[in-house]
Design a protein. Structure first.
Ligand SMILES: [Zn+2]
Length: 212
């Protein structure tokens, strides 16, 4: 498992599984992911959406990915631990899943600059060739800048999804000193990571977190 490269703000277990981890080490599945921006409070039910949050110790929450970026958030809300796990592909990113997660934290009384945050492995700009509709949608995001896309060898654009998420994070007031990302490229590391685009249609890695 790849663990965020920053100390946790309270006792927790968290990280990003790889294909070397046993599936039983991951949390139970409680999301039916639909590439949107909706985040739910974690319950025992399976909910349709792309993020979960909880303040409950002993309730692990997570998202499953294989090119999309898993995002973990952890911070104190009025002295109590709060965590979230988000599934951020390009659709969810432009739909505002990270913006929604930080808004939830703020609504409950948290201060965004106090959040510890980590982006996990996903397809990086080296391999993330996209159609023009992706760049057009991403351009509508207030944090977008043209440096996040560049033409690749075939002339199609390559998009920096981690870069867009990081730009959103800073736009939302998250502290760059509290970032503990492990932004490895899923396409570049077939021994370590699942990649849907490379052909792993079933295998997934998790981004998950549990308050202890
Ligand atoms: Zn790559």
């Amino acid at each position: 498992m790849l663990v965020p490269t920053i100390p946790a703000p309270f006792p927790l277990r968290w990280g990003f599984t790889t294909r070397q981890d046993h599936p039983a080490d991951a949390p139970p599945i409680h999301l039916r992911q639909i590439h949107g921006g909706q985040i739910h409070p974690a319950t025992d039910a399976v909910q349709a959406g792309d993020g979960l949050w909880t303040m409950e110790p002993g309730r692990p929450i997570g998202v499953r990915v294989a090119d999309c970026v898993p995002v973990l958030l952890a911070g104190l809300v009025r002295g109590s631990p709060w965590v979230a796990a988000l599934h951020a592909g390009w659709r969810g990113t432009v739909a505002g899943i990270l913006r929604n997660g930080v808004a939830l934290f703020r609504e409950q009384g948290g201060h965004p600059e106090a959040l510890v945050w980590a982006l996990g492995p996903g397809i990086r700009k080296c391999h993330f060739e996209v159609g023009p509709e992706v760049i057009e949608a991403a351009r509508l995001d207030p944090a977008w800048h043209e440096g996040l896309a560049e033409p690749g060898p075939t002339g199609k654009f390559h998009c920096d999804l981690h870069g867009l998420l990081r730009a959103q994070a800073l736009d939302l007031g998250l502290d760059p000193a509290k970032e503990g990302s492990a932004p490895r490229c899923t396409m570049c590391e077939p021994e370590l990571l699942f990649s849907y685009r490379r052909g792993d249609l079933e295998g997934r890695q998790w981004g998950w977190v549990e308050i202890l």
